[in-house]
Ligand binder design. Sequence first.
Ligand code: URA
Length: 275
Amino acid sequence: TVNGVPARRGDCPVEPDTDTVAFRGETVVYRPYTYVMLHKPDGVVSATEDRLAGEPTVLDLLPPELTRLRPGLFPCGRLDKHTTGLMLLTNNGKLAHRLLSPARHVDKTYAFTVKFPLSAEDVAALESGVSLRNADGGTDCVTALCRVELTDCTGRGAAGRITLHEGKYHQIKRMMEARHNQITSLARLTFGPLVLDSALAPGAWRLLTDAETAALEHLPMRPTFPRLPGIRKNINKSLFEKEKHYGRPFSDHTLVRSSAQICPPCRRHAGNRAL
Ligand code: URA
């Protein structure tokens, strides 16, 4: 029905802001945009079309009914082919642009594993900013402040979480390379206010809830990690200065620095100076 009157024609004109549309007694809410949360599996590219023959894309994981009924869906940002985890797809170009804008400083948290141990010194360097190399071996750029939390470094490698608010090409891989280490797995857990739904198996998707959509659409302009005032981009700030600036321990790796039980390999690796 449209405003309580049975609509007998499929092309009945409707004014979404003023007309009330119902189907079998339930009000139908008009949504101009679609937001999909996808758990990107390993081996799928996050381009909209399959440029390399035979490579499945994230759009191939959505049912044809969805892409037909909600045209124009595209991935908001990219994950490397072997990175798994939270991927947002939408047909709201303006919002995607806002979410990806460097000025917006949208946080993204990834779970990682690396091949070699990470010392407290490595963590401090990653957090302060490391120089990324370009293909010619020159310095491409210096990364902005970020947060690194080690969850395990008792084996040969290490595992942890890293929160970035920028998105340079292969950023985390290149950051680990800058510390002579190597990413062995990478999974995105959060994107701005969105948290990967643990009920979504790799390859599964769902529409965002109203609360998630509202959180995305009302994302604050304020950067969450302001650059330190008056500090040049490529200067490595000492942990002490950062902690003074933020008025709190800068990151959870301070636990590693202060507790020999938590990370004995790091302690050994970093030496007494870092403790
Ligand atoms: N950093 C990377 O190196 N790869 C990704 O997919 C995302 C962030």
